[in-house]
Write a protein that binds this ligand. Structure first.
Ligand code: ATP
Length: 211
């Protein structure tokens, strides 16, 4: 644990990316990978990859590359892949429904355990095998759940966030357009799809990649 807490945040953010690619290599029976191969696949320059990997104690050998098995073992430990993180989804609209159908467990041990909605027509059913409970039951049902995906209308984001924090959730993936306020020990990642799309289009127009 002490060694892991020394990994810079920017490096830590790239871990899932590396993990997914290495896991695929492993499944294909590959035992080693060069930083060039990795770089092409995950679109991170090889100098950054070498620096990142040096934090893991993985020093690539010239003409050999990195040992896939060693790196995977390290990533599994670091990303807690051996321990399932339970996730709840709040708001089973279009986006929420898509997430329930999406198989997050393909590459890691993340699993949406339960979903909540205010619409009584949705409550009591299952989507993608995930049960949908009434939002009134949030506090009763959220035991042993560490993270939440927020796909409710923006106006509901803050009040629901407060209930999630009260229930012991420590991470929130916020897909609503609303900025949410949380105590500092709670981690929030905000993904506003409309903003991401606008930003992509802005960059396409003003910063074409071939320049
Ligand atoms: P999206 O595609 O963004 O999910 P949508 O048009 O399908 O949008 P929204 O109006 O954004 O639906 O609502 C998303 C879901 O959140 C709906 O299923 C709605 O019933 C649910 N919802 C609304 N208010 C609450 C609330 N207070 N608690 C829980 N769920 C709520």
């Amino acid at each position: 644990m002490a060694a892991q807490s020394k990994i810079p945040q920017a490096t830590a953010k790239r871990l899932p990316l590396y993990y997914r690619f290495l896991n695929n290599l492993h499944l294909q029976g590959k035992t080693r990978v060069s930083s060039k191969e990795l770089s092409d696949a995950v679109k991170v320059d090889s100098a950054t990859i070498r620096r990142d990997f040096s934090y893991f104690g993985a020093l690539g050998k010239k003409g050999y590359g990195y040992n896939v098995e060693y790196l995977l073992g390290f990533f599994r430990k670091t990303l807690d892949q051996d321990e399932t993180t339970n996730v709840a989804l709040i708001g089973v609209g279009n986006l929420g429904t898509a997430f329930l159908h999406y198989n997050f467990t393909k590459n890691n041990n993340t699993k949406i355990q339960m979903a909540f909605d205010a619409d009584t027509n949705k409550v009591g059913s299952k989507i993608g095998g995930v049960p949908i409970y009434h939002i009134d039951q949030l506090e009763n049902r959220l035991t042993d759940v560490q993270a939440a995906i927020l796909t409710v209308p923006g106006a509901q984001a803050q009040p629901i966030t407060e209930r999630l924090v009260q229930s012991g959730i420590t991470g929130i993936l916020n897909f609503t357009p609303a900025r949410i306020t949380v105590p500092e020990e709670i981690r929030v990642h905000h993904i506003d799809l409309a903003v991401e799309l606008q930003s992509l289009i802005y960059f396409m127009k003003h910063y074409p990649t071939d320049e």
